[in-house]
Design a protein around this ligand. Structure first.
Ligand code: ATP
Ligand code: MG
Length: 359
């Protein structure tokens, strides 16, 4: 599947953009602050309904405007049309001219994997980023996952509000605990199933990209070891002290180890970078394996930073995406473009919120 048309109105520094994209490899070239990343952000937004820069919709609205629009035509086996409008007062999302009622029906229509400098936080940053990584991948592959996450989050919020009170209503707490356990147990199970499938893909990607022969291992580290209901009940005394829910999927982690040692604590800067890249390559490979066609790859600034060897390790994935009627969008400034990638690429010049084919 590929993104055949992108339309933006008042999105970031794009007042108006209408552009057709063929399948294959696209390079967005331009100086700093011209709008290269904004294009990737728009595509990612259409796919996941979030910004990969972790900002809210209001920040994506062009300064001084009241609403933005983003829309795309996807071409694969059939044709899909997606449209999104956002203003402070109104949000609209449609798929093939029908309003989207359940997000589970929508997410997964456009599958993307983004590679950006912030990926390093997957290795160096707090556990929340790694949970989001697992959750996004499960959302992209399992339609029931997002509603599950939403149910869990709602029960968690309600439960934590109660726990903040001096004398929580025990009956209400029990009922939210039951809901938390029900949704939480399912989330834990799905994350447990995913990790061993992802780990060998990441190990392979790491080996391809790295200079050294470290063994990479991913392991899901849940805070609940056995029965969530039992352990939640056992944590009540500590919950009174902390006044919040202290175990459950919202506190879990994904551990990343190189030769059985924590990569965050013992890895070198280069190893961490390679590992972050390997995680994203694994995400793309996993999606490809499951759906039989590659996701759209959005590569922001990272290729220029990689040395030739790492770049070479990245190439098989890029080539497969390119050949499999997939699509790759890559940004670079005029200084850091990797020449070996430019041969078959379509080049675009990005300047002040305008996109034009480049020579
Ligand atoms: N909400 C907004 N409204 C209007 N312009 C915005 C908005 N948000 C960001 N911009 C502008 O968009 C431009 C940045 O775009 P983008 O991040 O895509 O740059 P880039 O081409 O990727 O640059 P770099 O090479 O530095 O990463 C800046 O000029 C910024 O001022
Ligand atoms: Mg940028």
């Amino acid at each position: 599947m590929h993104l055949a048309h992108l339309k933006l109105r008042d999105f970031r520094n794009y007042a108006r953009l209408d552009v057709d994209f063929a399948p294959g490899f696209h390079v967005l070239l331009g100086d700093n602050a011209q709008g290269k990343t904004n294009i990737l952000e728009a595509i990612y937004l259409l796919a996941t309904l979030r910004s990969f820069r972790g900002v809210k919709s209001a920040q994506m609205l062009r300064h001084g405007q009241s609403g933005y629009f983003a829309g795309a035509t996807l071409v694969g086996q059939g044709e899909r049309d997606i449209r999104m409008y956002w203003s402070a007062a109104e949000r609209k999302l449609s798929l093939d001219q029908q309003p989207v009622r359940r997000l589970a029906d929508y997410l997964g229509v456009l599958r993307v994997v983004v590679f950006c400098t912030e990926d390093l936080l997957l290795v160096k940053g707090p556990a929340g980023g790694r949970r989001r990584f697992l959750d996004l991948l499960l959302t992209q592959t399992f339609p029931g996952y997002l509603p599950l996450l939403q149910r869990y989050a709602a029960a968690l919020r309600a439960r934590n509000t109660l726990l903040k009170q001096r004398t929580p209503d025990e009956a209400a707490l029990d009922s939210f605990s039951a809901e938390l356990v029900k949704a939480g147990t399912e989330i834990i199970r799905l994350r447990h199933e995913l990790t061993p499938k992802l780990s060998p893909l990441a190990r392979l990607a790491y080996r391809r990209v790295s200079h050294d022969a470290e063994e990479l291992r991913l392991a899901y580290a849940p805070t609940v070891k056995g029965d969530f209901a039992v352990e939640l009940a056992q944590s009540r005394a500590r919950e009174r002290t902390f006044r919040s829910t202290i175990i459950g999927p919202h506190r879990d982690d994904l551990t990343l180890q190189l030769n059985d040692r924590s990569a965050a604590q013992y890895g070198s800067e280069g190893q961490k970078r390679t590992l972050a890249l390997a995680l994203k390559i694994a995400q793309a490979e996993y999606l490809t394996g499951l759906h039989g066609s590659p996701p759209i790859l959005l590569i922001d600034d990272v290729m220029g930073e990689l040395d030739a060897r790492r770049r070479a390790g990245f190439m098989p994935l890029l080539n497969r995406s390119d050949q499999g009627r997939g699509q790759v969008f890559m940004t670079c400034t005029t200084e850091n473009w990797p020449p070996e990638l430019m041969r078959d690429a379509r080049r675009w010049q990005v300047r002040a919120g305008q996109l034009a084919p480049a020579a």
